[in-house]
Ligand binder design. Sequence first.
Ligand code: HEM
Length: 458
Amino acid sequence: MSMQSVASPAFTFTPPKRNTLTHIPGDEGWPIIGNTLAALADPKGHIEKQAERFGLLYRTHMFGETSISLLGPEANELVLFDQAKLFSSTHGWGSILGLLFPRGLMLLDFDEHRLHRRALSVAFKSGPMKSYLAELDTGIAARVAQWRAQPGSMLFYPAMKQLTLDLAATSFLGAGIGPEVDEITRAFVDMVAASVAVIRKPLPGTKMARGVRGRKRIVAYFSEQIPIRRAKGGEDLFSQLCRATHEDGALLSTQDIVDHMSFLMMAAHDTLTSSLTSFVAALAANPQWQNRLRDEVTGLGIASDEPTTFDNLEAMHFTDMAFKEALRQKPPVPSMPRRAVRDFTFKGFAIPAGSMIGVNPLFTHHMPEIWPDPDRFDPLRFTEEAQRNRHRFAWVPFGGGAHMCLGLHFAYMQAKCFARHFLQNLEVSLEPGYTPDWQMWPIPKPRDGLRVTLKPVA
Ligand code: HEM
């Protein structure tokens, strides 16, 4: 992001001059590129090295700007819970997502954010959630049946990506979306890919140019559909938003629905693909846990052609814990940016207004003093008792405070529904000696797509 003044409906401020930050310990790396390459090559290793040298607060320079990393549960609580309304998400996430997902919920701040979050939350109440579960359940059951019919070796990550996309088409847009479905999902995939592209300008031939084109198509589709959905929409998430109102009873504007829908689909897509892939990878590498979860699913006593209910999901305690552990090891949002709107202090250091701030779930989730033997997959870290004795911001895959993930229950629902069908039908394993290599930033994914072997359960 450039060093000019940034304006929002609520604030105008200027990023601090570099020399006002030099009292903060840190190493800004090479001229211009700073630490960008080192951080991209090994995000976890890099941040652990910096923390070892400088402690839980340090200055760095990445992606063209000096920023301050605040690490550990206390930092997460300060920044995410943000009781003093010190941190802007608009001006933290804006430079990454602002061009393609402007005014998505996560990119709004404070009072405006609260109003929109309240309006959107109707789409996540238990009535609508039940209808999404029905769509997810049908879609997952059908895909798992296909996998069961063609057992053997498969690349799991692309298969999961496709499944999540297909599920979003029905639960987010409605089963009757029709022949446009492929075009819309392609436009959407281009937008998501562009949001994490290295080249940030829409130059011809770049991901960003495709993303901007995709956004135009999506905007046109949603705009044309809104009056139709208002007149005779179904129970899908899009139709829910078309009917959602602000506190004064006014419907959300067309532009608001377009912005919220685009953002919601993006927020759900890569995070679910990443977390379900790391969940399955962990079960493949830990057969004793895979069997334990399969026993739990079998114990539900539902025939394989019966639908999954909310009560079934509630009863899947080990699955819940194992999914949480997968989210600990590979948080789909490994770091979260904010910008300080006022001066503040942390660990005795004064940090000026305008500073770019980063908190880091990936680091916190591997602090050995909180998570002994942090690389070991151990869902028992999430028993009620174990959680009671832990800082409430030690595990933050869904963030916390005002911006805490609105789709958290949707994510658990999809993960457990998937686990139910997958484990009831298939056994998953890795080739002996194969250790998948993960790219951890911007969203964790296995570099080679994760090769697994599937075998039908007798
Ligand atoms: C395992 C899956 C998911 C993970 C790990 C995840 C993680 C997160 C995190 C960390 C944030 C907060 C970021 C910040 O404070 O800077 C967030 C926000 C959000 N997520 Fe998720 N997410 C997941 C799935 C979903 C799904 C399925 C949906 C929608 C159906 C969704 C919708 C949202 C929305 C709307 C926000 C913005 C909330 C706000 O600003 O008030 N997420 N998510």
